[in-house]
Design a protein. Structure first.
Lengths: 664, 208
């Protein structure tokens, strides 16, 4: 075998603490090494050209590059050796930057360790074998989990690019949090007016299949060929017949159902359409409050329905969809302020969340756009807004900034002044985070044009006090700029509740086999350079499920994720990584341990004609994790490119250098 | 020595005023990470005694963060703090603010600062009473404090009412058994600078 070695200086990154020339000189003495050199930047164009030229000139069979982490440039060098006619797996990389140069300043010992790592790589390369990827067909369909603005945008972009889209939404209508908002910052345009057309497009696009009131139950398969089981919860209404006329809602006698769409500020009926712009605009029955379903009587809706759509015998349905890629767009939930006793823990009706206030501002909301105190229906004259409720607060395990509360608080304060011109608003804040386009100017407008009083300090507690116009909420805080306690008797208090990961997010992450952080936000593959990818190939992220985001950021990320999916599924066939498990049938004893241990379901037991069993790896499903390989009691499964003999070659090389060091 | 940071309009030299040893000592004695305070003001917002403070509690924390030792140790606030723990309860960064105030009070005492002389006098009288009797002897404490404070008649009016309700005894009622000795041992340990009980606690001895 003829091996070439290149030791990279990486500018000063490696050369400052490793004698690269000495490493190359030592490598020349290793078995089968016919050429070794050092280079300023192996990854640069001249560096790659040198590798290619040397392979051709010296008829090399394999190449070792000692440089950075394989995560950086393994692909670069594999392509280079491939261009020169070698198999891409006849290449090994020794990491002498992250593993040597960056962790120690001892030049002598660094040089020794770098030499050891090169020796290991050479010894492994001597037993490496060429591997060839297989190709497989892909489903040109995409599953999008979550029908908020991110999911909607991703669905429209994917459908526009020619893909079939399956959009799954937990609620009965798509639209998410954005559909609940009255106006959006910093332009004060009507939220549902700009979202509505996109929702309608989603409902009408022939390439988009909507599954609302549905949840992902199970996901199997792999990139290009996922199989997804979706549970469609029963609506007790046949949506192929329902026209969304609303006759059922008028006649429903169960009228005391908390209206979740209106943040439980108001009541609705057991059968209802959540809001006028709902997509699909179809009625669904809330089984817990339906008199017919709980007590066996009534059935008014069934009698009045002009199309006979109501069906009390309906049950959940599980549908299976095959898709090539998945976008998670599950968004956020809001911090539960009832955890905070000092703000009333939900006991005071006139202390409301920002989203409930948003519904009160909205013309389609419970108060038809008139701000009224929940306690007595009076118009508030003094409104206090409290920022960072469940944000930047380690004591409730929410140390992060939710990012958008400063902005929506400024917006709500402006809208309050618009709705009630003689009102006064106070905003208690710690710092103002307004780093988007036009955001800072917007907050300044709230203060300068609309006269919103900003008070820098947290609020310690809120308590009720009888005033001349009924009970007021006394807000006791601090003005840290003034250095004193302050308080204000407010008619209404709005808590700017922060963002939390969607409450089912960790369970979904486990089904998708993607990582999530301590708070339940999904982890991107790289925080800067791979922000919409996950570490599971074929699964992408859009919107606030990855971390709190406002609408523009969610939409941008959704389009980015759609772009990634379109690029992935633009190919008719995908290549599978050949670094996967392989069963030597002759050694396999058919014990089935590998089948049970495989986390991806990539191993099947095949029955031979004599009735005995052998394990078999489904090549496209195997992710190359190697668990089966260490589980096998007879070493019949080997992970390609990481076989026992290849790993032992490395270990032996290392032991040999140790022997030599001890002898000398 | 100014009781508050310089109020004059000239700029304060942050580097010159910074006493790193003081900052380390407060952190060590209180066991609190003072850097995690982001000056939200919630301690001040919830403080029951802010109206009598010369420096609000969040600014006391700021003085410690900047290492301004003299200003922190000479303020009245640390003596007026009732250790009600509202600040500790409300702190979003889990800082035990009341503990920091307590530590500052001890340090001020050692440094000879006591701008609230009566608070110190009362604390001294109280501890002297407990040290002598094993628990507080109210009548003795009242008399001692009245004399030392220089206002002997200030609480005299309360005496008859308390006596008639059995709240005040003429003679000390010292705890029985080994309790008095145990309390004395606490004072002994504190005097020797050993704040914690030895590993073999007194509970095991009680059982024996």
């Amino acid at each position: 075998m003829r091996i070439g070695v290149m030791v990279c200086h990486c500018g000063n990154n490696i050369a400052a603490t490793v004698d690269c020339e000495a490493v190359a000189a030592a490598a020349r003495e290793f078995p089968d090494v016919v050429y070794a050199t050092d280079h300023m930047y192996a990854c640069s164009d001249p560096g790659q050209k040198t590798i290619e030229q040397t392979i051709r000139d010296l008829k090399l069979d394999g190449v070792v590059v000692a440089s950075c982490s394989p995560r950086m440039h393994e692909v670069t060098f594999r392509r280079a050796v491939e261009r020169a006619g070698l198999n891409r797996y006849m290449f090994e990389m020794a990491n002498i930057r992250e593993h040597v140069a960056w962790i120690s300043l001892d030049r002598k010992r660094n040089t020794q360790k770098a030499t050891d790592l090169v020796r290991m790589a050479v010894e492994k390369l001597r037993v490496d074998r060429p591997l060839t990827p297989k190709s497989f067909d892909v489903q040109k369909r995409v599953l999008i989990v979550g029908g908020g603005v991110a999911g909607i945008q991703a669905a429209l972009d994917c459908a526009d690019g020619g893909l079939e889209v399956v959009l799954v939404e937990k609620k009965s209508s798509i639209g998410g949090i954005m559909s609940k908002l009255d106006k959006t910052f910093p332009t004060i345009d009507c939220s549902v007016c700009v979202l509505g057309p996109k929702m309608v497009d989603c409902g009408q696009n022939p390439r988009i299949t909507l599954h609302t009131l549905s949840e992902v139950e199970d996901i199997s398969g792999y990139v290009g060929n996922f199989e997804v089981k979706i549970r469609k919860r029963t609506t007790y209404v046949d949506w192929t017949k329902c026209t969304g006329c609303g006759a059922c809602q008028e006649k429903c006698p169960s009228k005391k159902v908390p209206d979740a769409f209106n943040e439980n500020v108001s009541l609705t009926t057991a059968i209802n359409i959540p809001f006028p712009q709902a997509i699909p605009k179809r009625a669904a029955i809330n089984a817990a409050h339906c008199i017919r379903l709980t007590k066996g009587k009534c059935g008014n809706c069934q009698k009045v329905c002009p199309t006979g759509a109501v069906d009390f015998e309906m049950t959940d349905e599980v549908v299976t969809e095959k898709v090539g890629a998945i976008i998670a767009a599950t968004g956020i939930d809001l911090f539960d302020h009832t955890k905070l006793g000092e703000y009333g823990a939900g006991r005071y009706p006139d202390v409301v969340t920002s989203l409930a206030y948003e519904r009160m501002l909205s013309a389609s909301g419970p108060t038809a756009g008139h701000i009224k105190r929940p306690s007595d229906g009076k118009e508030p004259k003094t409104v206090a807004f409290i920022s960072c409720v469940g944000s930047r607060d380690r004591s409730v395990d929410r140390p992060y900034c939710s990012g958008f509360c400063c902005m929506y608080t400024a917006k709500q304060a402006i809208l309050t002044r618009d709705h009630i011109p003689n009102s006064r608003s106070y905003v208690f804040y710690m710092d103002i985070r307004a780093n988007g386009k036009g955001y800072e100017e917007f907050v300044r407008r709230a203060q300068e044009e609309y006269g919103v009083e900003y008070v820098r300090g947290r609020v310690a507690h809120i308590y009720p006090k009888d005033g001349p116009d009924g009970v007021q909420m006394v807000v006791r805080g601090a003005d840290t700029l003034l250095g004193r306690q302050v308080e204000i008797a407010a008619d209404l208090v709005v808590l700017a509740v922060g963002a939390e990961a969607s409450h089912g997010a960790p369970e979904l992450a486990e089904k998708l086999r993607i990582s999530y952080d301590h708070y339940g936000f999904f982890l991107e593959s790289h925080p800067k350079l791979r922000p919409v990818e996950t570490n599971t190939v074929g699964v992408f992220l859009a919107g606030a499920c990855q971390g709190p985001k406002d609408i523009p950021a969610s939409v941008a990320q959704a389009s980015a994720a759609a772009g990634k999916v379109l690029a992935l599924l633009s190919k008719d066939k995908l290549e599978s990584d050949p670094q996967i498990a392989l069963v030597q049938a002759i050694r396999c004893i058919g014990c089935g341990k590998c089948e049970r241990t495989c986390p991806f379901g990539a191993i099947r037991m095949r029955e031979l004609r004599d009735g005995s069993k052998r394990a078999e790896v489904v090549e496209t499903v195997c992710q190359g994790c190697g668990i089966c390989s260490v589980t096998c009691p007879v070493r019949a499964i080997q992970l390609q490119h990481f076989t026992d003999s290849q790993l032992l070659a490395e270990v032996n090389a290392l032991c040999k250098t140790w022997d030599e060091t001890i002898e000398s | 020595m100014p009781a508050t940071p310089p109020r004059a309009m000239q700029a304060m030299d942050l580097d010159a005023g910074r006493d790193q040893a003081f900052m380390d000592q407060v952190a060590h004695e209180s066991g609190q990470d003072l850097k995690s305070c982001y000056q939200c003001g919630n301690c001040t917002a919830g403080c029951a005694y802010s109206h009598d403070y010369d420096i609000p509690v969040h600014q006391v924390m700021r003085l410690v963060q900047l290492g301004l030792k003299d200003a922190a140790l000479s303020c009245r606030s640390i003596w007026l703090c009732a250790t009600c723990q509202a600040c500790t309860t409300r702190c979003p960064n889990n800082i035990q603010v009341a503990t920091v105030m307590d530590v500052l009070r001890h340090m001020a005492r050692r440094a000879g600062h006591a701008p609230e002389r009566l608070v110190k006098t009362f604390a001294d009288s109280f501890l002297a009473s407990v040290a002598r009797h094993g628990r507080v002897f109210e009548a003795g404490l009242a008399a001692c404090f009245a004399l030392k404070s220089g206002k002997p008649m200030q609480d005299a009016g309360l005496g008859p009412a308390m006596l008639s309700r059995g709240k005040l005894a003429f003679l000390p009622h010292e705890p029985g058994g080994s309790a008095k000795a145990e309390v004395a041992a606490i004072f002994e340990r504190f005097a020797q600078g050993r704040h914690r009980a030895p590993a073999t606690g007194t509970k095991a001895e009680d059982k024996a």
